[in-house]
Design a protein around this ligand. Structure first.
Ligand code: ATP
Ligand code: MG
Length: 143
């Protein structure tokens, strides 16, 4: 199977809890290669752009307030079947429903503050990676 990319974000709660290292360790242990990574801080507006698909949802204001509440760490990851495998590694959106051993189950406090984001399709992964990284930062990493 061909390699695939996904865009992950270690969310502000992950950074605040001092879990960057532990979450990156689990991601690498699961076989993902890091292709790009940085620390940045979204504004409420740029968080809204990233999650534009949820603009009409009742939790949109809570989501964008949280995502702009502190620094986050976007990461481009590569692996065979990366989209599906990464979502398995992080677990369900609501940590209460996430399988044992998943990152959200182990570290997330609530549906709103759930430690990590993962792209839901290859196309969205490309769009989301471009939201955070210049083409040069991605291409420079091609193996
Ligand atoms: P993400 O896109 O962050 O990886 P996801 O794909 O598991 O999460 P989505 O349905 O895309 O879930 O929702 C995006 C984010 O919005 C969730 O991670 C969560 O933080 C927040 N969210 C979703 N549903 C709710 C809800 N009912 N109440 C509060 N927050 C929610
Ligand atoms: Mg999603």
């Amino acid at each position: 199977m061909a390699k695939q990319r996904t865009l992950a974000i270690l969310k502000p709660d992950c950074v605040r809890k001092g879990l960057i290292g532990e979450v990156i360790r689990r991601i690498q242990e699961a076989g993902f290669t890091i292709k790009a990574m940085k620390m940045t801080r979204l504004t409420k507006q740029t968080a809204g752009g990233f999650y534009a698909v949820h603009r009409e949802k009742p939790f949109f204001d809570e989501l964008t307030t949280f995502m702009s509440s502190g620094p986050c760490v976007p990461v481009v990851l590569e692996k065979e079947n990366a989209i599906e495998d990464f979502r398995k590694l992080i677990g369900a959106t609501n940590p209460a429903n996430a399988e044992e051993g998943t990152i959200r189950r182990d570290f997330a406090d609530s549906m709103g503050e759930n430690i990590v984001h993962g792209s839901d399709s290859e196309e969205n992964g490309r769009i989301e990676a471009a939201y955070f990284f210049a083409e040069s930062e991605l291409v420079a990493n091609e193996s």
